[in-house]
Design a protein around this ligand. Structure first.
Ligand code: GLU
Length: 550
């Protein structure tokens, strides 16, 4: 028996690795095109960090006419949940991230380099493991859990590095005859990589984000095929990214320490490794210290949070790009209305340590993004959101479509559009007062800090209604009339005049218009009152003002 026979004994029915190398040839892409992949495990929770990685991958692929792949890494079947794959696909869809290749539902995929779910690629990994066994670079290991436990204890008491390496690697040097006998006896085994590494030596590596780093070589005989026949992450990564012809592995930096193993596996298989870019995680500040955004503690870690709050996906994407490259902010200042597709993302400009998640900033970006929507876009997006999360808003928009479009059109589509909406869950509160049936059925307080005398308020409103209100006025005339009203009642026409001689006046034009604004809307702050009045119309305005007088 030789190593070839051993490989055949272990994997009698798998194809030769060269079959797959021919089946998945090098891609014919233009120079510089990046082939990247998002490779999550279907564990049921999609972390915003995954969307962050996908935004980066999708952007780079688009920018370079490359390929963005969605690969599902489900080799740890204990951690898998039902519909986990669909959950990931839906999350990407919500953020409008569309992989060029990869899984499209629980079982099916698109693209010529599939299957794209690791559990469907079992024979492929086995073909490469077989090659390693033939070349004496991998071997079966019969150690049981108890054997490994015993080894660990011995290592602990001898105060040596833990692990399966060197002289501790009990099955590394078993004779072929013994191996054959034990396999034929039906003993359970796994396949380990025979590491050629030496802990004392260093390897140098250049990471696209982290820069030049060196590590001690790996000397652990890691597991490559588990007892269920599926590969470990390390081995699957190497085989998949080779056969999918990935040019850049973009992944979380928790994998950085595994890099020596991965490089060794590539070398053992005689393959040139892809470039690596290890992304620092998104961080959160708590009690003055930085920590990773946590699935348990931070609601904003879950993709579902963005959907529920109604933060538009383009706003979240823009925010993530903002975290990814610090020059994004400057670019945005100089290109206020450009599509984010026009920004050129650069991996080597990503921060080495994690950026802080800043909700205020995200909502601010979101306000700006929404301010650029047309009224029709606001209506459609809010309606879609409401369909899932707010039955009442859905009804409000549905029952009054034409009117709602007018409401949403207030201070929109002009030079300085309104910026008061950050998420769809804010919308109802921001527009509800525009609907008579809702506004008139609610009690209101009309007093506010500057004018809180009921009689005075009544006088302001009734004088306005009787003498100055005319909806056909143009904006300038309309405003002049509020000034006239102010003067008649003893308020300054201009704020400046009031500030120069406060003792001469009861207040100023701003106070008078606030009284009217509150009577009309129940709020001291709203978008432009002239536009609001135009949308409310004569009848509604009169009803509201008369109600206030009463
Ligand atoms: N399945 C791994 C994870 O979810 C993927 C890492 C990688 O992108 O290679 O962390």
């Amino acid at each position: 028996m030789d190593y070839k026979d051993l490989a055949n004994l272990i994997f009698p029915n798998v194809k030769d690795a060269s079959y797959y190398e021919e089946k998945y040839p090098e891609r014919k892409l233009k120079e510089g095109a990046m082939v990247v992949r998002f490779a999550p495990s279907p564990t049921g929770f999609v972390h915003i960090g995954g969307i962050y990685t996908s935004v980066i991958c999708s952007k780079l692929a688009k920018q370079t006419d490359g390929v963005f792949i969605l690969r599902i890494e489900d080799t740890d079947q204990k951690r898998e949940v039902e519909n986990g794959v669909v959950g990931i696909i839906d999350a990407l869809k919500k953020f409008n991230l569309n992989p060029d290749e990869g899984m499209i539902n629980e079982e099916d995929s698109k693209g010529a380099y599939g299957p794209y779910k690791q559990s469907q690629r079992k024979e492929i990994y086995q073909a490469f493991a077989k090659r390693l066994i033939e070349e004496k670079k991998a071997y079966p290991c019969f150690c049981t859990a108890e054997d490994l436990d015993e080894m660990r204890q011995k290592q602990e008491s001898a105060k040596v590095r833990p692990g399966y390496y060197g002289a501790w690697a009990a099955c590394r040097n078993l004779g072929l005859d013994e191996i054959e006998k034990r396999i034929k006896n039906g003993e359970e085994y796994i396949i380990r990589f025979r590491s050629p590494g030496n802990e004392e030596r260093k390897i140098k590596h250049h990471d696209v984000i982290k820069g030049n780093i060196d590590f001690p070589e790996n000397d652990q005989d890691i597991v490559i095929i588990k007892s269920d026949g599926l590969p470990t992450y390390h081995f699957a990564h190497v085989v998949d990214d080779y056969l999918m012809r990935t040019t850049h592995v973009i992944r979380g930096d928790e994998w950085l320490s595994s890099l020596p193993v991965h490089l060794q596996l590539f070398q053992a298989l005689g393959i040139k490794p892809p470039k690596y870019a290890h992304i620092a995680p998104i961080m959160k500040e708590e009690d003055g210290a930085k920590r990773k955004l946590s699935k348990r503690k931070d609601p904003e870690a879950a993709v579902e949070f963005y959907a529920k709050e109604g933060i538009p996906s383009d706003a979240a994407k823009e925010y993530l790009l903002n975290i990814a490259n610090s020059n994004f902010e400057m670019w945005r200042k100089q290109n206020k209305t450009a599509s984010i597709d026009d920004f050129e993302l650069q991996l080597n400009k990503m921060s080495i340590s994690g950026a802080l998640f800043d909700m205020v900033k995200l909502l601010d970006i979101s306000k700006t993004v929404i301010s650029r929507y047309s009224k029709e876009e606001v209506y459609d997006a809010a309606y879609t959101w409401a369909t899932e999360y707010d039955e009442d808003l859905k009804k409000l928009l549905e029952d009054n479509k034409e009117y709602s479009l007018k409401v949403l059109g207030i201070e929109r589509g002009n030079e300085k559009p309104r910026k008061d909406i950050a998420k769809w869950s804010d919308l109802k509160d921001n527009i509800e007062y525009m609907y008579d049936d809702r506004f008139l059925n609610k009690p209101h307080t009309y007093e506010y800090q500057n004018i809180n005398d009921k009689e005075e308020i009544k006088k302001v409103i009734s004088t306005y209604l009787e003498k100055y209100f005319d909806l056909s006025d143009d904006k300038q005339t309309w405003f002049d009339k509020i000034k006239d009203l102010s003067e008649e009642l003893g308020y300054a026409r201009e704020v400046k005049e009031y500030k120069q001689n406060p003792e001469k006046y009861k207040g100023h034009v701003g106070d008078v218009s606030t009284v009217i604004r509150i009577a009309l809307t129940g709020r001291a702050n709203t978008p432009d009152m002239y536009e609001i009045m135009k949308v409310l119309g004569e009848d509604s305005i009169k009803t509201r003002l008369e109600k206030a007088i009463k």
